[in-house]
Design a protein around this ligand. Structure first.
Ligand code: PMP
Length: 382
């Protein structure tokens, strides 16, 4: 029997408005290629550290396979709170108006945050270029994503945000280090954004999923250092190469965390229990060798492409977002097809932006493949 129901008629505008992620389309391109050099992937190329694997297996064997509390396993929450206290000075506990919750990935935390604060017609200011789900989540909430154009240096500063604020603005979403640009905002820049949002009574959401991927001498400062009116969202996916574990967290004003928790209870229920157990001691792992390796790869990208394209040096994450040189007369979408013909996969700028002038390179790839891919890109860009 085949299905005859008219699903088209049943679908809500909310899904019809959403395009399949351009990243998936790039993957479809990959499917046609034999052993492509894939510089399109937004996940680390290293395996999950052994300590975490062992802890995950032990968690399953020790029967941590049921629901956890909605807000997360108490031991994991304690380690998260300790980390936030160390990083930004917040305190948690009975006397505090701040709390934390474990979520199904950073994407889960972002989803809950959008749904908790945005009603139809409300506005959220997001960077352009942006991580793909930022505008989509606004559409799902029937709210409006207001794009903060950060070209050409990709810095989402208070000066750029302020003119976009209206009486409908509920939140500003900051992403430093940024996907797709690798840009890291400096201390004075995040302080100014935190101050602006606080003065205007707007929630500042800070997506800090790449907070550990910072290349010295750059240092990282969270806007939460300067304000408690901030929702900090972080994850384990990138830091520990465990994107499939679906583990992240949110910390911020308790009143908001309570509402996000209510939503989690009635939707995702909780983050995966064994993975929560596995991550309890994640912050004990020394990430310095990993970061050094990624910093070297960043340098390989600059060496290979710095003189043939306008390229803002990434100080964090594992992406760079160069411009397709004007003399080529091509959009980002046209350029990535040329690259794919030469077996190199990168992603066109309009997946992450209202513009289609740039393309994203992920340098989370093995050194030899990266080197090969960069040489080919160089030959196409020169
Ligand atoms: N935020 C940013 C900026 C990202 O790049 C990603 C993953 N690509 C996410 C959030 C979602 O990560 P996850 O849900 O795996 O934690």
């Amino acid at each position: 029997m085949t299905s005859s129901i008219d699903i088209e008629r049943l679908l809500a505008p909310r899904v019809q408005d959403i395009e399949t992620s351009g990243i998936r389309r790039a993957w479809a391109l990959a499917a046609d290629r034999v052993d492509p050099i894939n510089l399109s992937i937004g996940q680390p190329d290293f395996p999950v550290p052994d300590a975490l694997k062992v802890a995950a297996i032990a968690a399953i064997e020790n029967n941590h396979n049921g629901y956890t509390q909605t807000n997360g396993d108490p031991a994991l929450l304690a380690s998260i709170e300790k980390k936030i206290t160390n990083d930004v000075g917040w305190t948690f506990g009975d006397e505090s108006s701040l709390s934390a919750m474990v979520t199904s990935g950073t994407a889960g935390a972002l989803t809950l945050a959008y749904l908790a604060i945005l009603a139809p017609g409300d506005e959220i200011i997001i960077p352009d270029p942006y991580f793909v789900i930022y505008p989509t989540l606004a559409r799902i909430a029937e709210a409006k994503a207001v794009f903060c154009d950060t070209y050409p240096n990709f810095r989402m500063t208070a000066d750029r945000i302020e003119p976009l604020i209206t009486s409908k603005t509920k939140a500003v979403l900051l992403n430093s280090p940024g996907n797709p640009t690798g840009t890291v905002l400096q201390k004075d820049e995040v302080e100014a954004v935190a101050k602006l949002c606080r003065e205007r009574g707007i929630l500042l959401i800070t997506d800090e999923i790449y907070d550990e991927f910072i290349f010295p001498p750059t240092t990282y400062t969270s806007p939460a250092t300067f304000s408690e009116d901030v929702l900090v969202i972080r994850g384990y996916s990138k830091t520990y190469g465990c994107t499939g574990w679906r583990l992240g967290y949110a910390a911020g004003p308790s009143r908001l965390i309570d509402e996000m928790s209510k939503l989690q209870q009635q939707t995702f229920v909780c983050a995966p229990a064994p993975m929560q157990q596995a991550a309890i001691n994640a912050y004990d792992i020394d990430l310095r060798p990993t970061i050094e390796r990624f910093a070297k790869r960043r340098d390989m990208v600059i060496d290979a492409l710095g003189d043939v394209t306008e390229l803002i040096v990434p100080d964090g994450a594992f992406y760079t977002f160069p411009r397709v040189p004007e003399h080529l007369g091509m959009t980002g979408s046209e350029f990535i097809l040329k690259a794919a013909e030469k077996n190199v996969l990168v992603i066109q700028g309009n997946v992450f932006s209202l513009k289609d002038t740039h393309f994203r390179i992920s340098f989370a790839a093995q050194d030899d493949r990266l080197e090969e891919g960069l040489a080919i890109l160089r030959s196409l860009l020169a």
